[in-house]
Design a protein around this ligand. Structure first.
Ligand code: FMN
Length: 185
């Protein structure tokens, strides 16, 4: 790598460092941090700028724990989270792929924003059999769907520790990134 590519790699390293956090300390998130994260979410790009989402910012610990219990084990990050953001989408068969794409973009930006603020975030995925329980806790109206709830908080000591040896949490670059065309063999 030359100096210029090192410079580029260093600039984007905060993004490379964004990881899934599932265990949090008791330290609460500052309200201004949570507001900033919600603003990042609503500024995400969406198909034709339709902004199909609504975001529910959840600060009540009791509500967060009830959400966790309603959809375990996928929601285990909510067991210790001090805040959460539920992404609410229209429940329309015709828009399913487009909405899921937009949802992923917003969820990832929430993770990035949290990381930039020194916080942690984790995607929790609500499977269909848990949806009625989640809808009831969050008072979701007919025709809307909650599939992603992002757990937020101050990462615990354990969660801050590397989960694997440096550079090993993703497949090697040459197996994932190809030049110009699909490789011959
Ligand atoms: C669509 C999607 C659904 C996910 N669902 C869950 C989930 O229900 N519970 C969970 O703990 N993590 C969930 N994750 C997080 C993944 O497990 C995580 O992105 C992956 O393990 C990589 O983690 P890392 O970036 O810390 O290496 C989900 C991620 C995506 C993209």
């Amino acid at each position: 790598m030359n100096d210029l590519s090192n410079f580029a790699a260093d600039r984007v390293r905060p993004l490379v460092r964004v990881r899934q956090i599932r265990d949090f300390s008791d330290r609460p998130i500052a309200p201004a941090d949570l507001d900033a994260i919600a603003d990042v979410a609503r500024w995400s790009g969406s198909s034709q700028n339709t902004q199909p989402w609504r975001f529910i910012v959840i600060r009540e610990r009791d509500t967060i724990r009830r959400l966790a219990d309603a959809a375990l084990p996928q929601t285990r990050a909510l067991l210790t989270a001090t805040a959460a953001i539920a992404i609410v989408l229209p429940d329309e068969a015709g828009g399913a792929v487009s909405h899921a794409y937009d949802e992923g973009r917003a969820a990832e930006r929430i993770l990035v924003a949290a990381s930039l603020l020194g916080l942690g975030a984790g995607i929790t995925w609500i499977l269909p059999d848990a949806r009625a329980r989640i809808d009831s806790i969050l008072a979701i109206p007919e025709g809307r769907l909650v599939r992603t709830i992002v757990a937020l908080g101050d990462p615990s000591e354990a969660a801050r520790a590397p989960k694997s040896a440096p550079g090993t949490a993703r497949m090697p670059r040459n197996e994932v990134v190809f030049e110009e065309r699909w490789p011959t063999s």
